[in-house]
Design a protein around this ligand. Structure first.
Ligand SMILES: [Cu+2]
Length: 76
């Protein structure tokens, strides 16, 4: 059963990623995170370097960090 912090869209988490400077960077990070298990939607804001991930269940921070690093960026 989902707990009260889960809405109908599943889990939502926001991360700050260093090094996102343009739409190309945003796409790379977005694509990398979308390949993670259970991820439904990824939104990247180039201006703030903020990445919002919607997923079925809470993601492991290490998994997110690895995916971001493999794309060539770094979690702040
Ligand atoms: Cu770029």
């Amino acid at each position: 059963m989902p707990c009260c912090s889960h809405d109908s869209y599943g889990h939502k988490a926001t991360y700050t990623v260093e090094g996102i400077t343009c739409q190309h960077c945003a796409m790379r990070v977005k694509t990398a995170l979308e390949t993670l298990d259970g991820v439904n939607e990824v939104q990247v804001c180039v201006q703030t370097g903020t990445v919002t991930v919607q997923s079925d269940a809470e993601l492991c921070q290490g998994e997110v960090a690895t995916a971001v690093q493999e794309a060539g960026y770094k979690l702040a």
